[in-house]
Design a protein around this ligand. Structure first.
Ligand code: IMP
Ligand code: MG
Length: 192
């Protein structure tokens, strides 16, 4: 495994998925989507910010006419996604009667996506499906179905290829696991 240090304060990042592994997964998703929606128009609803790089690559490999819209969500309460969710940037088009495919970066608890799907379903699209690059849960989810999953990962906190930690690392072209946070390995480490 390749280890990289970004700066003295950024902790340690361990390669989780290389550029090539991501590219292969994205191509596989694009092929499945192109096949399933052949002959139809498709509206991608991209969840900001994390899915922006994934969506840029995916959209260019789906060989179908696309519309692309963006939505941004936030939790009401603190850092954890256990609280209520709200839309902070809504779609700019009507989705009634359209084939809608939600494009997400990563699913953890699924609370964010469950909220979004319920909201979008109320706008009466022709169809509503989900594509995520990464799912941290291998077993089927209770509240909703994930139709297209690029990679399964039960591991820790991932950054890169759009995924952030406190708004850093989105620009990295591979995906890394954060293996050591500065607060644990730095001056505050009581074990020293
Ligand atoms: P959920 O509501 O618990 O499924 O949280 C999903 C959202 O939390 C994702 O869309 C990401 O924005 C963020 N998130 C969850 N896990 C990670 C991770 O490992 N790295 C970066 N962001 C994550
Ligand atoms: Mg996200």
């Amino acid at each position: 495994m390749k280890l990289i240090y970004r700066t003295d304060n950024d902790g340690l990042l361990k390669l989780a998925y290389s550029k090539d592994e991501i590219s292969t997964a994205v191509q596989r998703l694009a092929d499945a989507i192109s096949n399933d929606y052949a002959g139809q128009k498709l509206l991608l609803v991209v969840v900001l910010k994390g899915a922006f790089i994934f969506a840029a690559d995916l959209s260019r490999r789906i060989g179908l006419p696309l519309e692309i819209e963006f939505v941004k969500l936030a939790s009401y309460s603190g850092r954890e996604t256990t609280g209520k969710v709200k839309i902070t940037k809504d779609l700019e088009t009507v989705i009634e009667g359209k084939n809608v495919l939600v494009v997400e970066d990563i699913l953890d608890t699924g609370i964010t996506l469950e909220f979004l799907l319920r909201n979008l379903a109320g706008r009466r699209p022709k169809s509503l499906k989900v594509c995520t690059l990464i799912d941290k849960v291998k077993h089927p989810r209770g509240a909703f179905t994930v139709d297209y999953t690029g990679l399964y990962c039960s591991g820790g906190f991932l950054v890169g290829y759009g995924l952030d930690m406190d708004e850093s690392y989105r620009e990295l072209d591979a995906i890394y696991e954060v293996t050591d946070l500065p607060s644990r390995g730095g001056l505050n480490d009581n074990s020293m």
